[in-house]
Write a protein that binds this ligand. Sequence first.
Ligand SMILES: [Zn+2]
Ligand SMILES: [Zn+2]
Length: 392
Amino acid sequence: MDCSLTENEPQQADDKLRFGRLSQTRTFGDGGLRSWSQAVIAIIGAGLIGGRLAFEAVLSGVGEVLVWDFDRTEVENLGNQFGQPTVPKVTSLVERCNGVRLGHIRGFCEDIRHAGIRVLTGCDLLVDCSDDPRLAWSLTQISNGLNKPMLRPAVDGSGELELGRVLCSSGGAGGACQLCTFSLDDLKRHHQRMHCPNGGRDDGAPTLAGGPMGATISSLALLQAQRLVTGNDRELVVDREIIVDFSHFQLLDIRLERSERCLSGHRSWELADVDATVGEATLADLFDVARGEFGTTDVTLAGYQHSLNVQAACTCGNVRIAAGTEWAKTPVCNDCRNPMQWLAETQIDRINQESAAELRVLNTPLAELGYPDGAMFSARSPGKPVRRLLLR
Ligand SMILES: [Zn+2]
Ligand SMILES: [Zn+2]
């Protein structure tokens, strides 16, 4: 008689033992642990907060964590972060997480702006640990667009207070988003609405914060993430910003109001699948798809967060017409044969078919133009709602 376990059974038996006690907690009760074990969490930033959060999420049995961070660990990080100098933060993190539970994390050593939207559609929750105010607009757009709630944990980085906060942005699900209180000026200044002084640093100053605040805020963010995913005590997360102030021993629970005049518009995206990869598809293919959607050729295309440079310059003074996003390989100078640099001031947000033909990029694979796997393109035609085309 064959009584061997099937491939998944030993793992399931182990997990039952391993997580049996967790499943009896308030947050993981009522089937919550099961939801958590199937959840995919996207974490932006693998440093002071993101590194700890990802590790604890994996430890607690989450389905999968996806982490983006293009930084490498520096010696200056080693007082409050785990990692090895000069090694990408995500590489060390993946190794550490695999040490406790194998195969529940994927790391991307790249800018989150260059992550295709496709991979994020498979996530249940976004957690922005980057504390980068320049990402506030785009990540809120993505969170609203895909109807995925987003948490924004941050610590005070001024070094003056032991303080941090976890904010929930959920504009796509009918709640408040982090831009609800923003004015246009706020947005232009790249400022977050900050209760943490200097937390929205845009002066490039280093974060001055220690491990205790990193651990506290990452733990609070983990709990809020678990509540969002399991549905247990979800009301303690949505429309709230929790501030932990250890300098005055205060825990503040701030209610966030959804504004109907929010600059984000709380727009959710309707996505149309394009059954091709960026390695296969070209702008010509996308113009074809858009023509099918709109019934007209009067169409522009815009790669999400990927403006197109249309000129490149060389240190020898040569300037030439060439097209590619900032992630595309730059052309070689035809005078001195050195690699050229994209001229960012020539960037265009959207392109029509004639311009693409003039730039000779109509039939270039999108990957060569520097668009990521699973890229999203907005197709626009006058008087019609925007269509969003999502590559495989
Ligand atoms: Zn809003
Ligand atoms: Zn040159």
